[in-house]
Design a binder for this molecule. Structure first.
Ligand SMILES: [Zn+2]
Length: 491
């Protein structure tokens, strides 16, 4: 067990946790946002991030500090916390990003971890190899071996009570990602960044990002805090949290601001094109698009960066409340409507419903069926698995209508779940709030439930009485089941 990470609450694959960072003497509540601080270009002071935005943890780059004249000496002399003026937890990256960008760097794992320790970092990082998407399996595997050697080396370096990142690589090869996760979890390192997903996010390949994270999570254990490295747009936080990501770093708040871009949970606006402020953070209450445009560049950049941070932190609070309320999947479902690629991401998430189901609470407040994708949620998967263990006998009526004493047993049927014993009628998720105009996927999921029950109880005689299900659903019902359409007076 990793004692420094404790999960307090979960919903789907998402969790609220506590990451204890001993060197900083703080406990960070996750999911957490780590604003990226570039020590050479500070847009918003780290102390302001703590006071105004509630930042508990930030991330900076030790390689930039180490290779910038003046900064290195200041960091060694004052320590990182005084240098940046931040009392919370400080994570340092190692230069792996620069390695990926420029092909070589002037440090190695041993050297950079010692440097991070010396300047007072709370969570340090070895030099891993961030293998980009779409490379050959051979290259991804060979680079992964190098990353794994460096994690093993990192274990042997004495860094006191500084926590150490164990990046998970493997490009877009899910077998390698899973293996990398298992290897990293088996080390005694502490925090687990899923690396090199930025090119996927930049290209809106959210479905592949989900597959990469799901594979990494299969290898990692539940006590591993997971950092989705480089994912800073609030639009995709809910999706990533539902996959089981706990830490996010945002350079986006500052980079986008420099470009005049304004973040929202639905995407990105450009300040030149805004007529209204679609936000009520302090910046947007005080300013108008015209007043922002009239500012000098430096002031506008700072104002936009502050707005960007406000929406980013607000989204993290919205997500945590959704986990507490048990409606994280409903939030993901709403956010998925922001962009077609986000919808692909959400649909990919439901491909992993069985994996999410493992940590999904058995009982929550309510299940809102909001779109056809709801038919593939973890709760539906769990109900279908439960059907495998139920054994009604004799003549059994499965019905959307009235129950009948002509049968040995009579079970209700509710799309998208399918049949269930009457005694479960008032239990989650069978109390789901459904639209009255249902879609095909709901009926098909219910029909799959009927098929599942019939398949494991081949000696039982089933009759399905349905309210005019579409042909595509009825086609999934096995021939051994007698089918009656209640709407056509067949009963
Ligand atoms: Zn705002």
């Amino acid at each position: 067990m990793r004692e420094q990470f404790e999960v307090r609450d979960s919903d789907a694959g998402g969790r609220i946790g506590e990451l204890t960072v001993p060197r900083a003497g703080v406990t960070v509540e996750t999911p957490a946002l780590m604003p990226v601080v570039n020590p050479n270009i500070v847009t918003i002071e780290p102390s302001r991030m703590a006071d105004e935005f509630g930042a508990e943890i930030i991330i900076t780059n030790s390689y930039i500090i180490k290779t910038t004249d003046g900064l290195e000496a200041d960091a060694r002399e004052q320590g990182l916390h005084d240098l940046l003026d931040f009392d919370g937890a400080i994570v340092t990256d190692s230069g792996s990003f620069q390695l990926a960008e420029y092909g070589e760097i002037d440090t190695n794992t041993e050297d950079i971890l010692q440097f991070q320790h010396e300047i007072g970092s709370d969570i340090g990082t070895p030099v891993d190899i961030p293998t980009p998407p779409d490379v050959s399996h051979e290259r991804a595997e060979s680079e992964l071996r190098t990353t794994q050697e460096r994690l093993e080396l990192a274990e042997t370096i004495d860094v006191g009570d500084m926590l150490v990142n164990a990046p998970v690589q493997g490009s877009t090869h899910v077998d390698l990602r899973e293996e990398a996760g298992a290897h990293a979890a088996a080390t005694d390192l502490d925090v687990f960044p899923v690396g090199a997903v930025v090119p996927l996010l930049n290209d809106y390949r959210y479905d592949e990002m989900v597959d990469v994270v799901a594979a990494s999570k299969r290898g990692l254990s539940r006590d591993c805090p997971v950092h989705l490295f480089g994912a800073g747009h609030p639009m995709m936080f809910a999706l990533a949290v539902a996959m089981g990501c706990d830490l996010f770093d945002s350079a986006a708040y500052a980079l986008y601001a420099r470009d005049g871009r304004y973040l929202t949970v639905d995407g990105t606006e450009h300040v030149e094109e805004l007529d209204y402020m679609p936000c009520s953070c302090p910046v947007c209450v005080d300013e108008t698009p015209a007043s922002l445009r009239a500012m000098d560049d430096r002031d506008r950049e700072e104002a936009l960066a502050a707005h960007n941070l406000h929406v980013t932190f607000a989204e993290m609070r919205t997500i945590k409340q959704a986990i507490r309320d048990g409606d994280l999947m409903e939030l993901v479902e709403r956010r998925a409507r922001a962009h077609p690629a986000m919808l692909d991401g959400y649909r990919a998430l439901t491909d992993h419903a069985a994996q999410l189901e493992e940590t999904d609470p058995a009982s929550k407040g309510s299940f809102f069926y909001l779109s056809n994708e709801s038919a593939a949620r973890p709760e539906v998967v769990r109900h279908h698995e439960r059907l495998d263990r139920l054994s009604p006998s004799g003549e059994v009526l499965l019905t959307e209508g009235d129950h009948s004493s002509d049968y040995d047993e009579s079970w209700p049927v509710v799309p998208p779940f399918g049949p269930f014993p009457k005694a479960l009628r008032n239990t989650y998720p069978l109390t789901a709030e459904m639209p009255s105009r249902l879609d095909r996927d709901a009926y098909e999921a219910a029909a799959s439930g009927v098929a599942r029950l019939a398949d494991v109880n081949s000696d039982t005689s089933f009759t399905l009485a349905h309210e005019d299900w579409p042909e595509s659903a009825l086609a999934l019902v096995p021939e051994s089941v007698t089918v009656e359409n209640l709407w056509r007076g067949e009963r």
